[in-house]
Write a protein that binds this ligand. Structure first.
Ligand code: CTP
Ligand code: K
Ligand code: MG
Length: 181
């Protein structure tokens, strides 16, 4: 597979992990997951992690995986790469893991004294990659290793932070997000 193919597989396979955070921004609100609880004087997670945002993000990612599966045969014929078909488990673990990683990052931000919305460079850009790939390798190892070869994995780690910074900047400019990270 050439670099175009590797890029195509990396982007396609990660799309269900990319949309949940953005979908959560759009549908988030209401009761926070931590129920307002604090730990050692600070919020456990904060008001930025809500049940609605989490459920909506997982639903959006899983729905996108389903849509990509419908398009897979057609797009595969046009692209010089074996684009994966999402198994039902991977269709859920990719978005759920992405939000789990994001929630874990909020937990770490609160423990390190960062208020809601504060930046944590590095963590902000990679928390959801680690979460989505971690949950997927645990629950869909066959699909994971069949899809994420070493070159694909390397490309994911490079393009994800770039895409994350870019999409968040756009969401901020469109006033959908209150900070550009
Ligand atoms: N959001 C949500 N539920 C989630 C993740 C995000 O409702 N599980 C929504 C919230 O409205 C949140 C917004 O999406 O404010 C932006 O997400 P994010 O930047 O991850 O949260 P922050 O508000 O920056 O909070 P934190 O500092 O804890 O990351
Ligand atoms: K975040
Ligand atoms: Mg934020």
């Amino acid at each position: 597979m050439d670099i175009v193919g590797v890029l195509a597989v990396a982007f396609w396979a990660m799309l269900p992990a990319y949309v949940p955070n953005n979908a959560a921004v759009l549908v988030g609100g209401g009761p926070p997951i931590d129920g307002g609880r604090t730990w050692r004087g600070r919020r456990l997670l904060g008001d930025g992690k809500t049940w609605l945002g989490t459920a909506g993000g997982i639903a959006a990612g899983a729905a996108l995986a389903g849509l990509l599966n419908l398009l897979q045969t057609t797009v595969n014929a046009a692209v010089p790469a074996p684009l994966p078909w999402f198994t039902p488990v991977a269709a859920v673990t990719l978005p759920a893991g992405a939000l789990l990683g994001d929630i874990g990052a909020s937990f770490l931000k609160r423990r390190t004294g960062r208020e809601r919305g504060a930046a944590f460079p590095g963590l902000d850009q990679l928390d959801f990659v680690v979460g989505s790939l971690g949950l997927t390798v645990l629950f869909a190892p066959g699909w994971f290793f069949g899809t994420f070869t070493l070159p694909v994995l390397a490309v994911v780690l490079v393009i994800t932070p770039v895409l994350h910074v870019g999409t968040n900047l756009v969401a901020y400019k469109l006033s959908l997000k209150s900070e550009p990270w």
